[in-house]
Design a protein around this ligand. Sequence first.
Ligand code: ACM
Length: 659
Amino acid sequence: MMPLPAHWESRPGELAIGNDFQVAFIGYRDARLNDAVQRFTDRLSRQTGIPFFPKGTLASLTIECLGAAPTYPKPGEDEAYQLEVTGNGATLRAKTTTGILRGLETFLQLAGPGERGMRVPAIHIEDQPRFPWRGLMLDVSRHWMPAPVVFRTLDGMTSVKLNVFHWHLSDDQGFRVESKSFPKLQQLGSDGHFYSQQTVKEVVAYAADRGIRVIPEFDIPGHTSSWLAAYPDLASMPGTYSIERTWGIFHPVLDPTREQTYTFLDTLIGEMAALFPDPYFHIGGDEVDDADWKASASIQKFEQAHQIKSSHELQAYFNHRVQAILQKYGKTMVGWDEVIEPGLARDTVIQSWRGAESLSDAARKGYRAILSGGYYLDHLKPASEHYAVDPLAGDAAKLSPSEAARILGGEACMWTEYASPETVDSRLWPRLAAIAERFWSPQDIRDTGSMYARLSFVTRLLAFAGVENRSNFVPMLDRLTGNRGSLYEASALIDLADAVEALGIVGRRDEHKYSSLVPLNRLVDAARPESEPARRLTLSVEAWLAAPTQDTGSLIRQQLLTWAMTPVALHELGSGNYLLTELLPVADNLGHVGDIGIKALDFLDKRQSPPDGWAASQLQALTEYEKPKAEIRLAAVRPVRLLVEALASNPGSVKPVTR
Ligand code: ACM
């Protein structure tokens, strides 16, 4: 299960799932619950491969719901449920539909093959979330993410009990929603890539049905090049503007000193406030470049006339005006860290992207806050790093109980400079599931080994929810080869892709001149953020070094041989293919890493000492091989380094394996 429930106890026995699987209801029932149960049975059927022909007799699962949940999810609403599975049947109880939704997902995670057939093991679960705000922010501006991406992302979020979809709808590279009041926003600010208001309504309804709130973000006053491409009069400097095609912080910003800006925002926010029912509205507010404010004579004059002494104070004035507009439409402001300025209304929610200190600073100042620092998925850090970040750890652990109560939870962030509709799933999943567990499960659930074991299960299960984190992998590799070569050679490319890790934004931004026009079709785009084979081999090597067995030794050897063989096939494929050219040196390095591993394994296995200086020189070579090339890192180095290090520290320490 992921996230792990707050309390659970395994019981003896199991509930068989057969053709006669069916659900019964006791108590409250409505259309939303019916739809949820229909989706659940369809999914269970798909997941088990069993067609259901309910006979109208005994129910396998009884749902006891006491009452309706709000049609649109309410921040902080009750999401608790109880699930009791016995050999005779299962019962899912909750106060409202929302708790039932969460419990159905747990049931789906438990269903799978047992000794005699498909089954759910007997268990007693009492579960509720730790934090009320468990979100994902998706940037649809840097790279356009069409509606199907959004729908399947909501499906994945449902599976792991996330409940806030923060939709980053506008930025320098695109304004992504249809505005009827200011149609040039989408006409001139989006390359034709925007959601119609009808699509927005469908997304909001789809999310709400699944107990997920949708918070729109319109990032102002910076990050607004796309707005200014459409309405240049809103800019701080006269001129013409265009959509940005590259990444970074740009100087075009709204003019906070002109009434016209607020008239425009009033109309636009009014229109968007009606489209998005959530009581919260995100105004961004991050990374404002004040060069144009400083360069504008009229803005400087305004600052003097209003005793505004800095650009920060000017942004605070802007926020104050925007906040009044939001209030008029019944919305509460959410903003990134930078919006905190003296005078900011106390009901503002601060989204902290700078980390634990700015988070706790916000809470001490009386603001409610959510943590995103440490949850930036686009950095492609290992799941373990995100999993170790806790909204109530570090500086936040020192908060008083009333201050700590202002920490509402967190949001993972997926910025999409380096993600396309084809690759975004593998950047979101499965790591987002580990973050979802951090937000849902009790704080003391933090065993990394257990997390990874369950993550590897969840990454497969998510396919049944429609997430494409795995399904795009092989076709992307086939594109790299031009669908050429034998299946043996194609599988060598899979082995290479599995032995490497893609670099995130920090590793990529200085390597090429990236822009919206650069295709994301290289190995770095297909490769995952974390190599599962490398992680598994590391565990095997650790186990073998501690207590060698022949089975583990053979397993290690087999993986190393696969790596050692990779260059041969890659060179076969590589001639005359520009996409593979950059990979040949990486494949060669993987081959060397495999060879070093095999030699080290041989020395250890036979309790032989390597020649003087061998281990040291191999460690040096491994350090070279680990340096990123083609924006990927050879993860295969890690387990092999362990073998060589064991040899370097104490060559006789590994016991011989009895054959
Ligand atoms: C941000 O990462 N600029 C919110």
